[in-house]
Structures are given as C-alpha cells and as structure tokens.
Write a protein that binds this ligand. Structure first.
Ligand code: SIN
Length: 331
C-alpha cells in the first residue's frame, strides 16, 4: 500500500498481528478479543502521517505473539535485513503483539545493523475498543522512525521510547504496560515529536553480521533448543531430567533464579548433571528489575538480560559456535 507520495522520507510498516490488530465482539470489551484480525493496511488507514514521509506497508506475519516462534522470527529477520539494505527505505515500523514484544525487540537488536531505525509498536486494547491505544502508538512509532536522530531497534508504547535490552512487559492490562527498569526510557513522544534522553541502546550481547547470516541460513527447526527454568520454593529437581530423557537435543538452559540469580539446591544438582552431558547453563533472575551481580560465582551470568532475552542470547551463541563463529560473537 502506498499511502502518500511524492515525499522525501520513505517509511516501511511491517505487520505481524497482535492486539493492535485485534477485534472484539463489543466496543467495551478490552480483554475478550481475538488478536491478529486486521491487516496492517487497515491499521494505517486514515492515520495522520509524519510530514514529508511516504509510507508503505506489508503483512509479514499475522499472529498472536504468544505463538511467536523461530520460524516467525526468521521471516521477520529476513524482511528487515532486506529493508535495512534498501536505499529507498529510511525507517521501519513493526506492529507486534505485546506478549513477546520484548523478545523480538532484543533478537532484532542482537542481530541487525543499527544503521536505520526499526521501531516496534503494539497496543494493549484491540482495534475495536472505545479507547483503542493502537492508532496513537502507531502514529508515535512513525514519528520515531521518521526522526533522523533515531537508529537501531527501539520500542514505542504509550508515548514512551524504550530500548530493546531493558524493555519488559510489566503489566497485564494497563496501556502503559512496558518499563525500562533501572536504565529508564530512551525518550518520549510528545505531540508527534520524539524527545530523546539517549539514542543508543545498551550493547548487551550483540552479534556480528556473520552470525546474522548463519541465523538466516539455518532452518528455523534447527535453531538450538534452549529452555528457561524457573527456580522457586519446592521446585522439582527432576524436571530437567525429564526434559533430557525425552530426547530432542536440549542444547541450553537459562535459569530464572531467585533474587540475585540464586537457585534451589535440587535444581542446582540437576543442572550439574545436565552440564556434564553437554548442556550449556546460563543464569538470570526472575526479579523484574536489576542485573545479576557477582561474576565468577556459579553458572555464567547473562549480562543484564532477563530470562527470556538470555534464552535468545544463549541460542544465538550456540548457533554461532555451531557455525564456527565462536570468536565472533559480540560486537
Ligand atoms: C499478542 O501479544 O499478540 C496479544 C496480546 C497483545 O498484543 O497485547
């Protein structure tokens, strides 16, 4: 779809589904809806566009983001890598469900060059809602993608610009469902104008262009299998044994530990046994805020990443090592 022409700045909007494209049976229903019903073309229809911009859009995926998987991520990565290389495109917006948005944001940040803005946006209320938040979020995301100061991946929701390393969904219902924790937001969008506190996201666990190539070349079904295990009172020490016993080639475990990445004794014993069988173990924390501190003690720490992002980082690390890129991990 070509919304406006001829203009000087060309933006591309990629639709992937989510609540922003969701529909409910009644306008007052903000929870009993079906995600991923409207096309990205429909989401853009009638919206005010940033001055001097031409916008086109494509539907890359159409899913509830709780169902995001390696195949979906790979398709999105392919299209974004092409768009970043395309001299006709100056900025990209991705509409996405909120539930796994922080995972997608981190994965894209870890792999893609930061030469052009890639702005993820979303909604907590469906497109049919009386006070749908999707249209304003999309307009704000377009403003950020059109801003010459923007570069690399960020997330725009409820007027706040978050960085892809720190951003986390922290609320089940509120339209401002995301938080950047100790780092604070990168900026805000006020009346169509991005106001930046900082334009650079953290460098945590970024990967080289060679790793992006390896990730795109590897069939999604063969991406290393990495799971997250939650440590809690009374946790079952044999859970990991059960996963290993079923076969399937478990390659890595990220521990969502208690507090500063600590873990229950029974779980620790099963991790040692898995590690002896070649499973890579990393440690993170189930706390919403704060990094795990104390390098050199216990299992390696996933620097500054929450468990679901650490899972992706470990998966990329293992995939890179398998492709002979072990010396080429972070950039
Ligand atoms: C989804 O993540 O696709 C559904 C929930 C949402 O977007 O808020």
């Amino acid at each position: 779809m070509q919304v406006v022409s001829p203009k000087s700045r060309h933006l591309l909007v990629l639709g992937t589904g989510g609540t922003i494209a969701g529909e409910a049976g009644s306008r007052s229903d903000n929870v009993g809806y079906k995600a991923a019903q409207r096309s990205v073309d429909d989401l853009l229809a009638g919206l005010p566009l940033p001055a001097g911009c031409a916008v086109r859009c494509e539907q890359v995926l159409q899913l509830d983001s709780k169902d995001m998987d390696a195949d979906g991520w790979q398709r999105l990565l392919w299209r974004l890598a092409e768009a970043i290389d395309d001299p006709e495109v100056q900025g990209i917006v991705v509409t996405h469900g909120t539930d796994t948005l922080e995972e997608t944001a981190y994965l894209l940040h870890a792999l893609l060059p930061d030469t052009k803005p890639v702005v993820l946006t979303c909604a907590m209320r469906p497109a049919t809602a009386l006070m749908s938040d999707g249209p304003q979020n999309l307009v704000d995301a377009l403003a950020v993608a059109a801003d010459p100061a923007a570069a690399g991946v960020c997330v725009v929701c409820a007027g706040v610009i978050h960085d892809p390393v720190s951003v986390q969904k922290v609320h089940t219902y509120r339209p401002d469902a995301f938080d950047s924790g100790d780092s604070g937001p990168m900026g805000h969008v006020r009346e169509g104008c991005p106001v930046w506190g900082r334009t650079q996201a953290g460098a945590a666990a970024r990967f080289s262009p060679a790793v992006l190539k390896a990730v795109l070349a590897c069939p999604a079904a063969q991406w290393p299998w990495v799971v997250v295990l939650l440590s809690h009172g009374g946790v079952c020490g044999t859970m990991l044994e059960a996963v290993l016993a079923q076969g399937g080639g478990l390659a890595g475990v990220v521990l969502a530990g208690t507090g500063n990445g600590t873990l229950n004794r029974a779980l620790d014993a099963s991790l040692h046994s898995a590690a002896q069988r070649g499973v890579r173990i990393w440690r993170s924390s189930r706390c919403v805020h704060g990094p795990v501190l104390g390098h050199g003690q216990g299992w390696p720490i996933a620097a500054g990443l929450n468990p679901v992002k650490a899972r992706l980082s470990l998966m990329l690390t293992l995939l890179a090592e398998r492709a002979g890129l072990a010396g080429d991990l972070a950039r």
